[in-house]
Design a protein around this ligand. Sequence first.
Ligand SMILES: [Fe+2]
Length: 419
Amino acid sequence: MINSIIQNFLKVRNNFKLICEPLEIEDYQVQTIYDVSPPKWHLAHTTWFFEEFILDRFIPNYKRFHPKYAYQFNSYYNHIGDRIQKDLRGMISRPTLNEVYKYRDYVDEQVNSLTKFIKEEELIEIAKLLLIGINHEQQHQELCLYDIKHIFYTNPLKPIYQNTEMRKQSTIEPIFIDLEAGLIEVGYDNKTDFAFDNEYPKHKVYLNPYRIQNRLITNHEYLEFVNDGAYDNFEIWLSDGWDFIKSNDIKTPMYWENIDGVWQEWTFSGYQNLDLNKPVGHISFFEADAFAKWKNKRLLTEFEWEYAHRRLEHSNEEGFFSEELDNFKVLTKKNDKNKIYQMNGYYWEWTSSPYGAYPGYKQAKGAIGEYNGKFMSSQMVLRGGSYASQKAHMRPSYRNFFQSDKRWLFNGIRLGDDI
Ligand SMILES: [Fe+2]
């Protein structure tokens, strides 16, 4: 078991290099907003995670690559100690990128040699920590793509990450699918190798009959919302949402731009004419909620989403998972009334559920318990997965979570309704 985990570790680690290949050395250092971390920081922080939680603990007399990297690359673990402020990550020029890649190689070799040191009784614990480290690295690879998109967008020269010809999307007729749920089971179902602690324990919830839209909301529908003056109609906005859009002068999704009368969207392949059939992305929870109210509908709860994911037959035509960013397959077998579309690999879907602990949840002791548990306030749950998510993360119980005003991540809207 441990050997296959280490093989997967090496594959995942190499993937980060591939993601960063189109970057120039200067791009690795930029932090455009508080939420963005420099790509160099992501590369080092994910490496530090393995060093801190596994190598230093299980390899006798382990020699850290650098004694001060724990200070520099600890993100938020109070158990581990002081660290640089998050908003200063972009201000720190050293270590160089070259040194960071050497750090990655060093840690990769050490992890690769772990089997020599493992004692029988430590095997399960190490396997568990390696899986957390791999999944953590995959989450950061996705975050790093959000950040690269923003870094290039912020640059007046508008650099291009990849040169992809966008496929013109076809329409999918919007249909609401009715679901009778009742008392259902939610949470991690043991069908995959790994789940985060916030997906436990499995438990029962009661759902009233509801309906779910078969696809995500399109740019066309969102443009109607914009053109209807929705951003000036206080009636549909939550109070915090109204304050947020007014104080930040928000009138469209984050990457929309009206250039010479033509709506365009910033993508990894530069500005592209807005494809009206494409799902809308880069909206805050506040905007998703206001849109739903404008349509006389509502967002789904996270459990309605999870039940629908398990219960309904999916279209086989899913997203691209970080190969051709911002570019989706053109759906051919559309308008199958019984199938649900775009649940995996398009955009994370805002739900109406606040992020909290499941009944019986126990935060693990020590630093590893800080991973998810301490963030269970003032954030909303997103379900599904984006085109930058790893396939391994596409499970019905996976819970993503962000504050309601976040728009730089790859998020979208699916509507629900009462029956
Ligand atoms: Fe992290």
